[in-house]
Write a protein that binds this ligand. Sequence first.
Ligand SMILES: NC(=O)c1ccc[n+]([C@@H]2O[C@H](COP(=O)([O-])OP(=O)(O)OC[C@H]3O[C@@H](n4cnc5c(N)ncnc54)[C@H](OP(=O)(O)O)[C@@H]3O)[C@@H](O)[C@H]2O)c1
Length: 258
Amino acid sequence: MEDLFSVRGRVALVTGASSGLGRHMAEFLARAGAKVVLAARRLEVVEELASKFAADARDDGASLGVHLDLADPGTVPSAFDRIEQAFGRPPQILVNNAGIIHFAKFLDHDDETISRIFDTNLKGSFAVAREASRRMAGVKEGSIINVASTAGLRTPGFLSAYAVSKAGLIQLTQVMALELAHHNIRVNTLCPGNFVTGMHQVMADNNVDDAIIKRIPQRRFGRPDDLDGALLLLASDAGRYMTGSVVKVDGGQTLSWL
Ligand SMILES: NC(=O)c1ccc[n+]([C@@H]2O[C@H](COP(=O)([O-])OP(=O)(O)OC[C@H]3O[C@@H](n4cnc5c(N)ncnc54)[C@H](OP(=O)(O)O)[C@@H]3O)[C@@H](O)[C@H]2O)c1
């Protein structure tokens, strides 16, 4: 059973690993024995976390921090070069998690905001997934987990650019799954509901927390460790026949009738 869900010794790249869900998922994978690469714009933060995770690992733990800016395409291949230098191979697991949010009425979304959200959440995530896929195809092995959001499945108010970017990422996942299966690369979407992280603060600031909780059948926001089971399923051989799947972890929020 343990072997089925094992990620021990695998190289796992987690983007957006300097905070929130990405930081938690990187730490969880490191504790599970993966060689974790933490990527974000704040290099000093991910380098410090990488040293901590490597020191905490039970056996031959190895973690690395790399600089990656989804809005700056040139940083993508160099991050993968750095990983190959360090580990002698491309990652077997990509958790394509970095993202940003903007809370405003549709009518108040300006051009700069729309570009920033799309360039990061969609174009940037696309570029990371494509670079990972090219390199994984060379070794005929890979599991890509695109972190979208239930906002890409339902119809949230005040998040138009964000919701569209996440819906696009879900569609991208499915197209990738279709085209990459013959390279032995699986591609799935993880869709968190509402989790308490720095990103979630925008909801609290706009006084919508109470309204959201009433629409979650389990009547609570998610905690980062609520993602652990789904992440391990998609990352490990336990999910070997899963590709193109959309895995929701949302306390039932997308089932709400309101
Ligand atoms: N929290 C939720 O309720 C929730 C729900 C559904 C989906 N999600 C998704 O989960 C992912 C993580 O969200 P979170 O809640 O953990 O948010 P968070 O705490 O704000 O973390 C976002 C991460 O993305 C990184 N990032 C932002 N812009 C970047 C860029 N241009 N290039 C590279 N990295 C960038 C940030 O690092 P740097 O600033 O160091 O670059 C940070 O590590 C996002 O894709 C989000 O849409 C979150």
